[in-house]
Write a protein that binds this ligand. Structure first.
Ligand SMILES: [Zn+2]
Length: 141
């Protein structure tokens, strides 16, 4: 099978939008900062698919970052992302992204419907960037 990150580098992006290098790869590598919450959402999905723990932690808002490892469930295979809606009111630093992510556990398919909340604030270098804060699950209602 080889290393998943190596395999992804020259292939399609896990998020399904194009080639990994020009889609989420440029953000996960640190070369670029996602300009919108949707781009951050996509790159975080791809980071889950690639089990890139470090990227998931640096893009999570510090106040809501869980202590436990985010990618420990190695039997989860992420198989698709569908962005439903992004809302970002111009002039604010808050945005939401509604999406459906599909994954398989032990050959059985599941879907996760979430509305994620994002905020934009300066990082340690003073560069504004988006962070994942938390999410709600409209399907649970
Ligand atoms: Zn992507």
């Amino acid at each position: 099978m080889g290393d998943k990150n190596d395999k992804a580098a020259g292939g399609p992006c896990p998020c399904g939008k194009g080639a990994f290098a020009t889609c989420c790869g440029r953000f996960i590598s640190g070369a670029e900062i996602p300009a919108t919450a949707e781009l951050l959402m996509r790159s975080r999905y791809s980071a889950y698919a690639l089990r890139n723990e470090a990227y998931l932690r640096t893009t999570w808002f510090p106040d809501t970052l869980p202590e436990e490892e985010l990618t420990s469930e190695t039997d989860v295979n992420w198989i698709g992302l569908d962005i439903k809606k992004q809302t970002h009111t111009a002039g604010t630093d808050e945005a939401t992204v509604e999406f459906v992510a599909r994954f398989k556990v032990g050959g059985k398919a599941h879907r996760m419907h979430e509305i994620s909340n994002f905020v934009r604030q300066p990082d340690a270098q003073g560069t504004p960037r988006w962070y994942y804060v938390d999410g709600s699950f409209p399907g649970d209602a």
